[in-house]
Design a protein around this ligand. Structure first.
Ligand code: CA
Length: 287
């Protein structure tokens, strides 16, 4: 009797723990930067390939220029200003902020982050560089010229991408929400939910403000959403499939991530995590 009860009890325990484990969801960003497990999901749950249809224009691309990119760089943020790129790289123990020569890919200046931080998006506001971290809920503000740390700020979510529209910082956290922050106080001043014909568009990652629109990489896809800042509506999809050549695909996690815009010369640059190249592209409307 005693033995039977024990078998019954162990059976119930095993069953309940199985149910518990299988029903307990991963946190939204739990596998975001897992470079060993390549997730083969079709992309944003709301859209998949069917999002590229209907009345939303789709753009493909033409490569205008190809430049070298440090393939050890787990690119998380990318900005272009005054002739050079600023790049933030992630992974714990390998996170950096760097100034990079466009033409050669040479690293002109680098600041390494303490190993506990996993760096994310980067933007330049005035003479300051702002860099997010993934799960530490802290952002760093640096002097643009010497990379000296000026201050820290805090936010109540994960940090993924950041850009600005000239008066507000715009931040992504891996969901479909983009938040606007005051660039001095870092307090939230508003937010939008990003959506297309199929509903919310999640996993918005690296950002760039381009001619009145917010461009956002959708994590683990080859797509960039063009977003109207006033409404959150996706007004265009950029399809970058084929940009990273198959022979350059080396490790898990080497996804498209990194959009920079040269406003003076209207040049658009894109790259990805561990990509050996950075591309200047022109957008071509798909007919
Ligand atoms: Ca960017």
């Amino acid at each position: 009797m005693n033995r039977l009860f024990r078998i019954f009890f162990l059976g119930v325990l095993a069953l309940s723990s199985t149910v518990f484990i299988s029903s307990y969801p991963d946190s939204p960003g739990a596998s975001k930067n897992n470079i060993s497990n390549k997730v083969t999901s079709p992309g944003p749950t709301s859209s998949g390939n069917s999002s590229i249809s209907g009345v939303i224009p789709v753009y493909t691309y033409k490569v205008v220029n190809t430049y070298a990119h440090d393939r050890r760089a787990f690119t998380q943020g990318l900005v272009f200003e005054s002739g050079v790129l600023y790049e933030g790289t992630g992974l714990r123990g390998r996170s950096t902020l760097r100034r990079v020569e466009l033409e050669t890919g040479d690293i002109l200046q680098v600041r390494e982050l303490p190993a506990r931080f996993f760096a994310e998006g980067v933007t330049i506001y005035g003479n300051k560089i702002i860099q997010l971290t993934w799960q530490s809920r802290v952002g760093f503000v640096y002097d643009k010229d010497n990379f000296k740390l000026l201050k820290e700020f805090h936010y109540p979510s994960e940090g993924w991408g950041i850009t600005h529209d000239g008066r507000r910082l715009i931040m992504s956290d891996g969901t479909s929400t983009l938040r606007f922050l005051d660039p001095e106080t870092f307090k939230e001043t508003g937010r939008i939910k990003v959506y297309d014909n199929n509903g919310p568009v999640t996993k918005l990652n690296e950002l760039e403000y381009v001619q009145g629109e917010i461009y956002a990489n959708v994590w683990q896809t080859n797509r960039i959403a063009r977003i109207a800042p006033q409404t959150g509506q996706v007004v265009g999809w950029i399809e970058l499939k084929g940009l990273l050549r198959p022979q350059d695909r080396s490790r898990g996690g080497d996804v498209l991530n990194g959009i920079a815009y040269d406003a003076k010369k209207a040049r658009l640059f894109v790259t990805g995590k561990f990509w050996p190249e950075l591309f200047e592209i022109k957008l071509i409307p798909l007919k």
